[in-house]
Design a protein around this ligand. Structure first.
Ligand SMILES: [Zn+2]
Ligand SMILES: [Zn+2]
Length: 168
């Protein structure tokens, strides 16, 4: 973990957590990987000749505290991975509200629940209990574990379709 929030883009002086710093009013100077941070108005001044802004000013900003910053990092990292999974889990939870199983839904659901339910429905007209989701996920894990072993015993680093063998 970093000891400071950022370093000044001009003089490389650390900008501590919770400190005041300056950013450029021009949005391209604030965003993305090239985001610029300045410890002082003088340092902000120094980037102007390079950037040739037509109109710009220095904005005083307060850096997040270390705790706030760490929370941001965690949320950003979780955000990407979560959005895909959340769709499935939320779907489950909204269907499972009455059975009270919503909050216990394990994170590592390995199957697309809506598609599974649609398959059972179209094949048989039957409904599907959410209880089968963790059970099926465990089965998928077991099959994958066997496939990993099979690939490993062949000295491969890739699991192939022929490594997948039916249970039993
Ligand atoms: Zn500086
Ligand atoms: Zn700028």
């Amino acid at each position: 973990m970093s000891e400071q929030f950022k370093v000044c883009s001009t003089c490389r002086k650390p900008i501590p957590f919770g400190a005041s710093y300056y950013q450029c009013s021009v949005s391209t100077c604030q965003r993305g990987k090239t985001g610029l941070y300045f410890c002082s108005v003088e340092c902000w001044d120094a980037h102007l000749p390079m950037m040739r802004h037509r109109e710009a000013w220095a904005e005083a900003v307060k850096a997040p505290t270390r705790a706030e910053w760490e929370l941001q990092q965690v949320e950003e990292a979780a955000g990407a991975a979560k959005s895909a999974e959340e769709r499935i889990v939320n779907e489950n939870q909204s269907n499972a509200t009455n059975s009270g199983g919503g909050t216990e839904m394990p994170q590592d659901v390995l199957i697309v629940v809506s598609k599974l339910k649609a398959y059972i429905k179209s094949k048989s007209g039957m409904n599907t209990s959410d209880g089968i989701v963790p059970v099926l996920s465990n089965l998928v894990r077991e099959i994958c574990d066997r496939a990993i072993e099979s690939a490993r015993s062949d000295g491969r680093k890739t699991v192939l379709d022929r490594d997948i063998k039916p249970a039993g």
